[in-house]
Design a protein around this ligand. Structure first.
Ligand code: G3P
Ligand code: CA
Length: 786
């Protein structure tokens, strides 16, 4: 905006009666406007008022004057401007235009008219949604407000000419509603325009919600450049700032029987970066994927206790039923090392957790070899170019050496080398034991001429690496978690695969484990993240994404998950280069809207250009996925350098659910409308806060000062028809317009979401109400605004 657009309001000295004005096209108005001075305006010293300029956490102080309504006007809901009929998609009346013309309201932004004495209001995106607003033309209307007389308390609101937003130069790189027309008028199905300002060069900048985008127009509404996307913020605190990886734990074992090619394929399709085969050895020395050498555990009566194959139903293998001691525990069942690969191939996989995950896929898939798994990822690479990695675990190395007489670590390296799959970017080797990892590091891999990253698994503190236990070392896994041990691990491994309770304790608190492991130079890959509520702490309220987000915010470098689709979604929301709402055009062009990282209608509801004219600010209405709940990003865009930066984090109050507008006071301070989703009698929270970019809370969020409670403005003279007992309440669902008119005077207006009802009664169409509010304490306006 220009300095002139923000100069102090020339406050009226009297009210005068003006008939409702009908403009060149159909405009119907009901007006009521009284001046502050004519009514002896000023802040009213009434009681029980929310305080002005008090910290947001302060309780109301009875003796402090509250902001006072010193002017009021209304514009009837059914106010139309010339233009094509509209509303054909509104209210389910697709194909039948409801309105003969274009609704002028609801307004989502206001500025001074740089070329006149009045104001310019931005009309919102139409009828509330992208899919019902294709015939709503995006416009800014010139509106002049003049004072009325004290007696009649009526004035005039003149809706004048409009600036039609359009894209005749085809700057929008995707298909718009009016794609083929010459003027390419922009509609409410193309953008959701929520705030605007004029730059010093006279051009017009608008904040959008669908992208969210910044839109740059000439002063007369011609789009000057392609929509400017909103960058995501860099950086989860991973070891080197790299993107975290999603590891398909036993494939996509939450949705397919674990360790089957189908499970791995599903994991890859879901977006896993790595798939995890736990490896055991057949009688004839082939590495196959099973979580345990036990492929069915049965009790003494023959009842299956847990199984990953149907071997217990095969009479031909009854002679393999035996009892063995596995890592010190007697187990009765069938063991993979007692089957040749050919025999194993006759078995079929079954779901390990049938009561939780069902049996729909039982009997369909075989036990895969490591070679088949590598063939699968190579096939994916050939078809898609995606280089999915593998994350093999050598299962029970001590047991395998004793019982099967096989060094699984050696066999793994031999197999990888034979298959020429030794790219260190595509393989992590993990183990719950320690000795075999050290052997891999110092002997096996150097001898083979390969160097693959190793990961020391760290289980719960009541368990121990079995090679330690077998050697009589009584230490448990917690002995691997102190700083000295982490440094020791770093001498032979590249990372730790930590049980998730090392990262987030049983109370849901983030520990310092990741920080300490990172200090030792170790990657942290944590396990196991599952969607089912039974695996989630109560703090997550059955939301598995919340658990993943907490781990990612803690800095983990990878997640083992049975549900890689969930993991990929959550990680993708953090690592996406842009902030995107589900209405972003990319999603209409075939990308899954699951990748959206901003809720619908969560874009730049607030948009402003600071008085200096160089810096634009966009305040998101809703929380970006992964950010702390209730925190909204305030983004800064340098109009000169075209660089984005995070200017601050705005925290919604208890009771506040979204922001409604943003307007500058000076180069450091801005006013923000914050609201709940209530209207009429359910509205409780409609407020104005002052923020200061230089004033931060201890946690780095923006400090807020309550400036006005719009639910309780003083109106001692009853300027507004709805005022009761000297108190004016503004219970509209959305309030999206605020402008500084002078050091102690603001203009505020609602967005009537035409043709919505509910603000002033369930059956009453919302009108636009304009409020002139006098503050008890003057703001520190930028010199240009005086
Ligand atoms: O290997 C780490 C992760 O897979 C958890 O262990 O018991 O599922 O193999 P597990
Ligand atoms: Ca494993």
């Amino acid at each position: 905006m220009t300095a002139g657009a923000q100069r102090a309001d020339k406050r009226p000295t009297q009210c005068k009666a003006v008939k409702p004005t009908f403009l060149g096209w159909s405009v119907t108005l009901t007006l009521s406007l009284c001046s502050a001075s004519a009514l002896g305006g000023g802040a009213a010293p009434v009681t029980a008022a929310p305080v002005s300029a008090a910290p947001s956490t302060a309780a109301p102080t009875a003796s402090v004057p509250r902001p006072t309504l010193v002017g009021y006007a209304e514009l009837k809901a059914d106010t139309f401007a010339q233009g094509p009929a509209s509303g054909a998609w509104n209210g389910g009346l697709r194909g039948e235009a409801r309105f003969q013309g274009q609704p002028v309201q609801g307004f989502s932004g206001v500025q001074r008219d740089p070329q006149g004495q009045g104001f310019i209001f931005l009309s919102d995106n139409g009828f509330g949604a992208k899919n019902n607003s294709a015939d709503y033309l995006l416009r800014l209307y010139r509106v002049s407000l003049t004072p009325g007389t004290p007696a009649a308390r009526t004035g005039s609101v003149k809706v004048g000419s409009f600036i039609g937003l359009r894209d005749p130069d085809k700057k929008v790189p995707w298909q718009i509603v009016n794609e083929a027309s010459g003027e390419r008028l922009l509609t409410g199905a193309d953008f959701d325009v929520e705030g605007f300002a004029f730059a010093p060069d006279g051009t017009l900048w608008i904040g959008d919600e669908f992208g969210p985008f910044l839109l740059h127009f000439s002063a007369d509404g011609r789009l000057l450049e392609a929509p400017i996307a909103t960058p995501n913020l860099p950086g989860l605190p991973t070891l080197r700032g790299q993107a975290p990886i999603v590891i398909g734990h036993r494939g996509s074992s939450g949705t397919r029987p674990e360790h089957t090619l189908e499970s791995y394929r599903t994991a890859i399709e879901a977006g896993a970066d790595f798939i995890e085969p736990d490896l055991v050895v057949t009688k004839d020395g082939v590495l196959v994927a099973r979580h345990e050498p036990v492929i069915a555990a049965v009790d003494e009566t023959g009842k299956v206790l847990e199984a990953t194959t149907d071997v217990a139903t095969r009479p031909e293998f009854r002679d393999r039923l035996t009892t063995k001691t596995l890592d010190g525990v007697k187990v009765h069942g069938y063991f993979v090392e007692d089957f040749t690969l050919a025999e194993l191939r006759t078995l079929r996989a079954v779901e390990r957790l049938p009561q939780l995950r069902g049996k729909a896929y039982d009997g369909q898939f075989t036990v895969p070899t490591l070679e088949e798994i590598i063939a699968l990822v190579r096939d994916v690479e050939a078809k898609t170019g995606r280089k999915v990695g593998i994350y093999p675990e050598t299962k029970h190395p001590t047991y395998m050496a004793e019982v099967a007489k096989v060094n699984t670590s050696q066999l793994l390296i031999d197999t990888l080398k034979r298959l020429n799959f030794t790219d260190p970017a595509r393989v992590f080797i993990q183990s719950f034991e320690v000795g075999n990892l050290k052997d891999l590091n110092t002997r096996i891999m150097p001898a083979a001429g390969v160097k693959l990253p190793l990961v020391q698994l760290i289980s719960s503190p009541d368990e121990a690496p079995y090679d330690w236990a077998a050697a009589g070392d009584g230490r448990k896994y917690d002995a691997l978690t102190n700083d000295a041990s982490l440094r020791e691990i770093a001498t032979y491994a590249n990372g730790v695969g930590a049980y998730k309770r090392w990262i987030i304790d049983g109370e849901g608190h983030t520990t310092d484990f990741v920080t300490r492991a990172h200090t030792a130079g170790l990657l942290v890959h944590s396990w196991t993240f599952r969607n089912e509520p039974t695996y989630l702490l109560p703090t997550y309220k059955n939301d598995p994404e919340a658990e993943m987000r907490q781990a990612l915010r803690a800095g983990v470098d990878g997640l083992f998950t049975d549900f890689p689709a969930t993991g990929a979604k959550v990680v993708g929301q953090y690592t996406a280069p842009e902030v995107r709402s589900p209405q972003h055009p990319a999603f209409a062009q075939g990308l899954s809207s699951a990748a959206a990282n901003l809720p619908a209608s969560g874009g730049f509801e607030g948009f402003a250009i600071a008085p200096g004219g160089k810096l634009a600010y966009g305040l998101l209405e809703k929380t970006v996925a992964g950010d702390p709940a209730g925190q909204l990003r305030l983004m800064r865009y340098d109009l000169g350098t075209r660089h984005w930066a995070l200017a601050g984090r705005y925290v919604l109050e208890q009771g506040g659910e979204a922001i409604g507008d943003l307007t500058p006071v000076n180069d450091s301070q801005m006013l923000v409308i914050e609201r709940d989703n209530g209207q009429g009698e359910t509205a409780k929270f409609k407020r104005l806060y002052l923020i200061d970019l230089a004033a931060k809370n201890a946690d780095g969020t923006l400090r807020k000062t309550l400036v006005a409670d719009l639910m309780a403005l003083a109106d001692p003279r009853g300027l507004a028809p709805s005022t009761r007992g000297g108190v004016f309440s503004f219970p509209y669902f959305t309030i999206e317009n605020v402008l500084v008119l002078g050091p102690d005077t603001l203009l505020v207006a609602n967005d009537n979401n035409y043709p919505a009802t509910g603000g002033r009664g369930a059956d009453v169409k919302d009108q636009t109400e304009f409020l002139w509010i006098k503050l008890p304490t003057a703001l520190k306006l930028a010199p240009a605004y005086h």
